[in-house]
Design a binder for this molecule. Structure first.
Ligand SMILES: [Zn+2]
Ligand SMILES: [Zn+2]
Ligand SMILES: [Zn+2]
Length: 144
């Protein structure tokens, strides 16, 4: 079990019971959740909690980098937890919502192109890869 209180502290975010509960919910999942789904589970512990509070806490923790936001093609909001603090990107399965870490980042090649061909420099980059995971692929093969 990871020490979420310590992680929050390191990010200068107060370790409130609600934030800890949200992290607990997300870190038990290997899939991404919508704010509404997090809210439904939170209501078991905080019966009076409102959806705007859930949105705000998710957003604050995503800004701090303790949870991640899915830049989903359906343009809805989703969040997931990843304990890997090293620079990396994610592979998101749009069929079963599973999120996996990717070990490669093409950033150096892009930086090279930007500096050599455009005389510029890259200051940040965002990348998320969407597709179907191995399990979903093999399951859809069985159906055929
Ligand atoms: Zn899948
Ligand atoms: Zn990750
Ligand atoms: Zn990268």
């Amino acid at each position: 079990m990871e020490d979420h209180a310590r992680t929050l502290k390191k990010l200068a975010l107060k370790a409130t019971p609600k934030r800890l509960a949200i992290l607990d919910i997300l870190s038990r999942e290997t899939i991404y959740l919508s704010p509404e789904e997090v809210w439904t589970r939170l209501k078991e512990r905080f019966s009076a909690i409102g959806l705007p509070t859930v949105y705000r806490n998710l957003e604050e923790m995503a800004r701090g980098g303790i949870i991640f936001k899915v830049i989903h093609p359906d343009r809805k909001l989703y969040y997931f937890y990843c304990s890997n603090s090293a620079h990396h990107h994610h592979f998101v399965c749009t069929a079963c919502r599973k999120v996996d870490d990717l070990t490669i980042c093409a950033f150096e090649e892009i930086q090279k192109e930007v500096s050599e061909n455009l005389n510029g420099t890259v200051t940040s980059h965002i990348m998320q890869v969407f597709g179907k995971c191995g399990q979903c692929l093999s399951e859809s093969k069985v159906e055929r």
